[in-house]
Design a binder for this molecule. Structure first.
Ligand code: ARG
Length: 583
């Protein structure tokens, strides 16, 4: 059984067949009117027309024919012929017991495991990570975990931006700074001393200069082509810059709890480009266009014209789309994924459509094997993509610092951690900060833009990361106390409304995981984590655990609490959030 709704659906199907009704309409799902019933079905209405009968009559037949009394009481009929179900205490208890013991906490694995490549993060060498990369990192990390949790074999790849025009800009700027590259020693001294701060100064200046200074822009373009052709000292400079930014980015990723299986970049696809270009030419897909080489991707029926994919620029360099296409060739030869997910800002939609169509035309992948998982922007109070007060882009590192600062203040206000060591206090503040940032992002459907509001993200009340951490920590403390008192969890036997409510919440995890997986949308997990925490709160307020006199009830409640913690931590982990031991 995947969950109670599936079990009820199976029972309904048997009855539909017995009554000669179309079993395709036998579906039972969670009710959106829990006051009327926990589960509901509207199949009687769906089949009425076909059967030429009144829905209420059919509903009455179904209810009269209901046999699976161990699972649920016979459904009651409401309104035009809706069926409402209440599962039995026994069935609900058994389901909760299964969840408590299940390594997947009640979620069901995929039917057939696939190889899935998640391309996310995508920081650029020399530019430092900014808030735009925050969303890619947070959402990509979560999707990677959801797919892996359900049993797929998953590779996360950072796909660093390290092969484009920005590299040529940096190289030309350095060339000017050193009055040319003739003095090899001066160059190697400069490269040894290179820091991320240097890069972050050099890049914007060079980028601004290129906009005004045509000669500089041309040199930078040529430098990009020279780098890609493997010339020196371009290659050495590139390598030095790459190391400096990658080290800093790895630190930022680590502090976000983001890890990759592949720390590759655009440049890693370079060895595949020459053969790929030849292949595109052999397949008659490459066309000359104003000195450049392109692949046309417009299709009949397109609502607007999609420009061609630029494969080789007029300077002879590989472009953003070229490396993406060659990376598909590389991944096909090294991993052969069944599915590719590109977790990237939805404003890059056209780019991915171009790359995917070109890849499909060339026969590298099927069009439905590659998906752009777009997301909206994190906005400032003005509703525009978030900027610092000075109008610049906020560095990821500074953003995390700000969140930690706010978390420390919040903890002190709530009188949390006065008895912690300095290390533990810092660890808790860090976890609260990351939980606040990640949950605020993942609580929205990824396509929705949201407003950056640290105060709201950091609240201990409402749908926030800190609230969920607090809920998890509270259960941990109950279980610790139980342990100290020697109280043991036992078989789960639910009966009171709040015990039932908690067990029903636990049962909802499976559907949340499936939806998050199918829609590539972690917010289903966020919603579930919040529902579960709320259900636990109601349970704990109304059902004494350690204070309960009946040992069987106490043992059952302890087991329920333990199952709730295990599942809550699993859900948080799918969001990339870790809870501290105490706070
Ligand atoms: N480096 C790109 C950027 O900052 C994102 C890379 C996304 N991944 C990809 N395969 N193109 O916009």
């Amino acid at each position: 059984m995947t969950d109670l709704a599936a079990a009820l659906t199976d029972a309904m199907k048997a009855i539909f067949r017995q009554l000669d009704l179309d079993a395709g309409h036998a579906g039972v799902r969670r009710s959106d009117r829990p006051d009327l019933g926990e589960f509901q079905a509207n199949g009687a209405l769906a089949v009425a027309k076909q059967a030429g009968r009144k829905p209420q009559e059919i509903a009455a037949d179904i209810s009269a024919a209901w046999r699976d009394l161990a699972l649920a009481d016979a459904p009651t009929i409401a309104g035009a012929g809706f069926l409402n179900f209440r599962v039995t205490d026994a069935a609900l208890s058994a389901r909760a017991d299964t969840i408590a013991r299940d390594p997947l906490c009640g979620a069901s694995p995929v039917a057939a495991a696939r190889k899935v490549l998640v391309d996310y993060g995508g920081p650029n060498v020399a530019k430092g990570m900014h808030v735009g990369h925050l969303r890619a990192s947070i959402i990509g990390e979560s999707l990677k975990r959801v797919f892996r949790f359900r049993g797929d074999q998953v590779w996360g790849d950072a796909h660093f931006g390290d092969w484009g025009f920005q590299m040529g800009l940096m190289i030309s700027a350095l060339e000017d700074e050193l009055n040319g590259f003739a003095d090899g020693e001066a160059l190697s001294r400069r490269l040894k001393a290179l820091t991320l701060d240097d890069l972050e100064e050099i890049y914007p200046a060079a980028s601004a200069r290129a906009k005004e200074d045509e000669a500089f822009r041309d040199r930078a373009r040529k430098a990009t082509a020279a780098l890609q052709a493997g010339q020196e000292p371009h290659r050495t400079i590139w390598a030095a810059m790459r190391v400096v930014s990658m080290d800093a980015q790895k630190r930022d990723f680590a502090s976000l709890g983001v890890t990759f299986d592949l720390w590759r970049g655009e440049a890693d696809a370079d060895p595949f480009i020459a053969d790929m270009v030849q292949d595109l030419r052999d397949k008659n897909l490459l066309e000359p266009d104003q000195g450049a080489q392109i692949v046309r991707v417009a299709e009949e029926g397109d609502k607007r014209e999609l420009p061609p994919l630029l494969v080789i620029s007029s300077e002879g360099s590989a472009m953003y789309g070229t490396t993406d296409l060659a990376t598909i060739v590389q991944r096909e030869s090294e991993i052969d994924p069944d599915l590719y997910l590109y977790v990237v800002d939805q404003r890059q939609g056209d780019h991915f459509e171009q790359v995917f169509r070109a890849a499909a035309r060339a026969g590298y992948v099927a069009r439905d094997q590659v998906e752009h998982i777009g997301f909206g922007t994190m906005n400032g109070p003005d509703g525009k993509p978030f900027k610092t007060r000075a109008g610049g882009v906020l560095k990821l590192h500074d953003l995390i610092g700000q969140a930690e600062e706010r978390a420390r203040a919040r903890l002190r206000e709530a009188d949390i951690g006065a008895d912690f060591s300095a290390d533990e206090f810092e660890d808790v503040a860090h976890k609260v900060a990351i939980a606040a940032l990640k949950f605020a992002d993942l609580v929205n459907f990824r396509g929705t833009s949201y407003v950056f509001d640290l105060d709201r993200f950091m609240s201990f009340e409402g749908k926030t990361g800190p609230y969920l951490l607090y809920a998890a920590v509270r259960i941990k403390s109950i279980l610790r106390k139980a342990d100290e008192q020697g109280a043991e969890p036992g078989a789960i036997r639910v009966s009171t409304p709040d015990e039932r409510g908690l067990a029903l919440a636990l049962d909802g995890f499976s559907a949340a995981c499936m939806q998050a997986y199918d829609k590539r949308a972690p917010h289903f997990i966020s919603e579930h984590a919040y529902d579960l925490a709320q259900a636990f709160s109601a349970f704990y307020a109304n059902c004494p655990v350690l204070g309960e006199a009946d040992p069987a009830v106490r043992a059952s409640r302890l087991a329920l609490a333990a199952a709730a913690l295990k599942q809550l931590e699993a859900a948080l982990d799918l969001l990339g959030i870790a809870a501290p031991q105490r706070m």
